[in-house]
Design a binder for this molecule. Structure first.
Ligand SMILES: O=C(O)C(=O)C[C@]1(C(=O)O)C=C[C@@H](O)C=C1
Length: 104
């Protein structure tokens, strides 16, 4: 009885590991697109934080996630983490762009 049960858990854990890999791959892709957006903002002198767009994205997280049965508290916290990291990277990317422009 013990063995099949632990094998079931192993399979479920492997499924979780694969899903986590997908999540991380997609997050890395998302942040790299945010870096590209930073270049557009730098060229046009736009602010990193775009409150209207940020609120649209936040609402999408909460609405789409709720349809999938995820908690609004979790979704809001997840969006905040993603948005903060996106902005932190954009600031870093813009500084790197400025440095490379200054050095010719
Ligand atoms: O849409 C943009 O302008 C972005 O830079 C992307 C993004 C995001 O990561 O969701 C980041 C910062 C803005 O405040 C809004 C949205």
């Amino acid at each position: 009885m013990q063995r099949p049960h632990s094998e079931d858990i192993d399979e479920l854990r492997q499924a979780i590991d694969r899903i986590d890999e997908h999540i991380l791959t997609l997050l890395a892709r998302r942040f790299s697109i945010a870096d590209e957006i930073a270049e557009h903002k730098a060229r046009r002198g736009q602010a990193i934080v775009q409150p209207e767009r940020a609120q649209q994205v936040r609402a999408r997280y909460v609405q789409s996630g709720a349809l999938l049965g995820l908690s609004p508290t979790f979704l809001a916290a997840l969006w905040q983490l993603v948005h903060d990291e996106s902005c932190r990277r954009q600031a870093e990317h813009m500084k790197a762009l400025e440095r490379s422009e200054q050095s010719g």
